[in-house]
Design a protein around this ligand. Structure first.
Ligand SMILES: C[S@@+](CC[C@H](N)C(=O)[O-])C[C@H]1O[C@@H](n2cnc3c(N)ncnc32)[C@H](O)[C@@H]1O
Length: 257
């Protein structure tokens, strides 16, 4: 992939040009990138891009690298929208990062009769700049970006509120790979002492932001299902669905007030 980046070609083109000799400059550039990767600098930051839900997304150091598990969250929302007899949807994504969730939804429903109006928020300026770049790259018209600390700058009501919030327990940080703990933004990862700070705040403050039958779709940490369900029940939410990822961890929680 590093070769592909330096030579600006696809992986298949590398094989098709197997005997091509590298120039001195190309060799130097490749060496530099390999040295940087050897410090555990994530490949996605090195390449400046990654793939999510079959699409290309730009990613830089200030934002979380999209994870494949989040595709389970996107799948769950798509399935829910498809099976619900409703044409217009107001959707809020809290902590949008690279913008992968709203952009994937927008692209999926672009040629469908469902009309989506999406608001994507983040408190991080770097994340908003990164998601703006992705929105422009994919030529998306129905996503509005808002800088906001959770619901602070939001005044509308929604049919779906989505969040993949920071959910790593503070004391678990030391167990993460060097790629993550050395290079990814802590503000996108850490969810407080028990990892639940953001779920707690979002659930407590979401009351005024739902349309009738509004749902909340959370991505959750592998061992957090029961704790978040307890929290949700205490705050009078109904548990609509729990969905596992391919590693058999509960990854998505759907709630209704
Ligand atoms: C785990 S990342 C998820 C990013 C992206 N949605 C994804 O699924 O890859 C959490 C995001 O929440 C943002 N965030 C953290 N605290 C926030 C806050 N108080 N208000 C809004 N966004 C916040 C971070 O900047 C980060 O982009």
């Amino acid at each position: 992939m590093i070769l592909g980046k330096v030579l600006t070609c696809t992986r298949i083109e590398l094989y098709l040009n197997f005997n091509k000799l590298l120039t001195r400059n190309e060799r130097e550039e490749i060496k530099l990138l390999i040295k940087k990767r050897a410090t555990h600098y994530p490949l996605q930051y090195l390449l400046g891009e990654t793939e999510f839900y079959g699409n290309k997304f730009f990613v830089n150091e200030g934002v979380l690298i999209p994870r494949p598990e989040t595709e389970i969250l996107v799948d769950a929302i798509i399935l829910y929208i498809k099976k619900t007899n409703k044409s217009k949807w107001k959707i809020l994504d809290i902590g949008t990062g690279t913008g992968i969730i709203p952009i994937s939804l927008s692209k999926y429903f672009a040629e469908n009769k469902n009309e989506l109006s999406l608001i994507a928020t983040d408190f991080s300026e770097e994340a908003l700049e990164n998601s703006k770049k992705n929105i422009e790259f994919h030529n998306i018209q129905n996503i509005k970006l808002v800088q906001s600390n959770l619901f602070e700058n939001i005044a509308e009501k929604f049919d779906i509120i989505i969040s993949n919030p920071p959910y790593i327990q503070n004391d678990e940080m030391k167990n993460l790979s060097k790629e993550v703990k050395k290079f990814e933004p802590k503000s996108a990862l850490l969810g407080g002492k028990n990892g639940l700070d953001f779920y707690n705040k979002i659930l407590k403050n979401s009351g005024n932001y739902f349309n009738k039958n509004g749902k909340i779709f959370f991505e959750i940490g592998g061992n957090q299902k029961d704790k978040i369900i307890d929290l949700a029940k205490k705050l009078n939410f109904t548990i609509i669905d729990t969905i596992k990822d391919y590693n058999n961890f509960y990854r998505v929680l759907v709630l209704e007030r």
